[in-house]
Design a protein around this ligand. Structure first.
Ligand code: OAD
Length: 239
């Protein structure tokens, strides 16, 4: 069977760049209720608090750089493209570190670099207006407050149809730095198994959705991925 590869990344892929993960000590949700900052209800009840939280995260992007995991993933994608091997990188991360390393990910949970108008639907890429206390009006319809272009709890993730297409017939599935706690992404591993794919997980702690069928690679993504992806390229004959 021809190879078809899907890689899913989570917060752990960006941890080695200095961006906090969501769960665990020092995680982004620590000290904050998810529903205070990451739901449509929070945005309508207290937009200033939600805006401050996302403005802080947007501002943090200029202080971080892609790490060796992002670079290895971009090199992997390039090698596969050269061999015309179908490959999709899906990320739950809302940072832009995959792009800055040279990858072309599907951002299923949205992007910090993008803002969206709830009135007219316009999207605008903006990482200039970073004042935590000032909303940005829509450049198209002048609605006074663009929202973060982020998928909040209770909203439908982006790119689901492209992701489902990629998962169908997937022969190799890797999940990097994700706790397997948030659906639908947490369900991709099971879908991949059902497709008969080889499944590989890299993280620091075993995720809840791991089974004995999966290969588990423990360790920091920036340390583990360069060698792991080289090994996979050799196995699939794409070097
Ligand atoms: P989590 O914070 O839930 O999990 C991070 C995972 O990364 C854990 O499994 C860690 O073991 C692992 N990890 C930490 N540092 C690592 C490193 N240096 N190398 C490799 N692995 C490492 O983050 P996600 O699973 O991405 O959604 O969270 C999923 C979603 O929950 C997020 O996209 C966000 C959040 O609610 C939305 O905002 C919609």
């Amino acid at each position: 069977m021809a190879d078809s590869i899907v890689i899913l990344t989570g917060a752990g892929a960006s941890a080695d760049s200095g961006l906090a993960t969501f769960r665990g000590p020092g995680g982004l949700w620590e000290g904050r209720q998810v529903e205070d900052v990451a739901t449509p209800e929070a945005w309508s009840l207290d937009p200033a608090q939600v805006w401050r939280f996302y403005q802080m995260r947007r501002a943090a992007l200029s202080r971080v750089q892609p790490n060796a995991a992002h670079r290895a993933l971009a090199a992997f994608e390039l090698q596969l493209k050269r061999r015309c091997i179908p490959f999709v990188l899906v990320t739950q991360n809302v940072d832009d570190l995959h792009e800055r390393a040279g990858s072309t990910p599907l951002h299923m949970h949205g992007e910090l670099a993008s803002l969206r108008c709830e009135a007219c639907g316009a999207r605008c890429r903006d990482l200039q207006g970073l004042d935590p206390n000032r909303f940005i009006p829509c450049p198209r319809c002048e609605y006074p407050r663009l929202r973060p272009d982020i998928v909040w709890f209770g909203e439908m993730p982006f790119h689901m149809s492209a992701i489902e297409d990629a998962m169908a017939g997937c022969t190799l599935f890797l999940a990097i730095g994700t706790s397997g706690a948030v659906y639908p992404a947490a369900g991709f591993l099971e879908i991949a198994r059902a497709e008969g794919a080889v499944t590989i997980i890299n993280s620091l702690e075993q995720p809840g959705n791991l089974t004995p069928e999966d290969r588990y690679v423990e360790g920091r993504a920036a340390e583990v991925l360069p060698e792991l992806l080289e090994e996979l390229l050799t196995e699939i004959g794409a070097e």
